[in-house]
Design a protein around this ligand. Sequence first.
Ligand code: NAD
Ligand code: TYD
Length: 349
Amino acid sequence: MKTYLITGGAGFIGSNFIYYILKKYKDVKIINYDKLTYAGNLENLESVSDNPNYTFVQGDICDRDKLNAVFEKYDIDYVVNFAAESHVDRSIKNPEIFVTTNVLGTVTLLNTAKHFWTEGDDFKAGKKYLQVSTDEVYGSLGKDGYFTESTPLDSHSPYSSSKASADLMVKSYYDTYRMPVNITRCSNNYGPYQFPEKLIPLVINNCLNGRDIPVYGDGLNIRDWLYVEDHCRAIDLVLNAGRVGQVYNIGGHNERTNIHIVKTIISYIHDHVNSSVDEKLIKYVQDRKGHDRRYGIDPSKIKGELGWYPETKFEDGIVETIKWYLDNRSWMDNVTSGDYQKYYEKMYL
Ligand code: NAD
Ligand code: TYD
């Protein structure tokens, strides 16, 4: 029986991970610790809220006292740190909160786990801290090549730089204290429950509302899309079987240009929902500052050591994803009410 502390579990990947673990294991206890920022939404977890193996605690990963109370109350075995400010555009406008949550919060969490997990200088058996990081820490690729675990860190945005800083702190806890840690670095995720500030749900939402679709620059930037369930499977494997102190890259082998993504979504909505939705909605807008050109992951290490590979082809995953948003229009309406409109207007209008 393992007890998981999942931080940021009310966000996009965290909530998918909680569903994944509760479905896969019957003998687990999950503590979801989340501050509930604009990106955290308990509606994501409504169907497990009564599950006896699941508990929600509202809290900030920067709050040492609250974290102490959680570790006092529960004998935590695994920490999986999803909690973060996660959107590049917001980090360009307001970098400070990214340093607070992503760097200081990570250190506070690491330090609390270390305190409760050590007897003298030794860590108790069966404990692990997993930091969910991003391929964006490696910077940007040209036409060729892939990110491997030994690609030097060369982050550009305040978001990716805060994640790279956090990664170095996690590494330092392994190098200095031999704390049992892993870092996973994944590519762009897509799937259910993603907040519509990110490309895919934003495009779906705009299509459904007949709104212009903002495409940054020439639309030819490339991301390597990873279906969120494939990502959850990889995290579970690394947590249980990854070698301590190691970094694992997790990538979808699904590189697509942004404009390809946008046109794919428009075409699906045109054919299945509303034939008046077409490519006239596309609006090329000013490029993002410091916009990374291409991300592409080489996942050979996790494939070779843990047998993981991305099972979902983009063409299948995107249809599943669009269908989910179509079937959950009230979820989209709820998360886009209130402050979202202000954000959208400031950002795009
Ligand atoms: P998200 O923005 O959807 O969710 C983040 C969650 O963290 C929210 O529930 C929010 O309330 C919570 N949170 C924020 N600040 C907090 C704090 N100080 N204390 C406690 N909780 C806090 O993010 P996501 O897309 O689910 O990403 C999860 C993790 O995966 C992040 O660490 C992100 O950097 C990383 N990641 C995401 C992607 C992606 O494509 N979404 C790709 C690579 C890496
Ligand atoms: P995003 O979903 O913000 O993820 P990230 O920046 O972390 O990769 O953006 C994905 C790509 O889509 C990125 O190249 C920026 C681009 N983009 C647009 O062209 N228009 C948009 O409205 C958004 C949100 C992103």
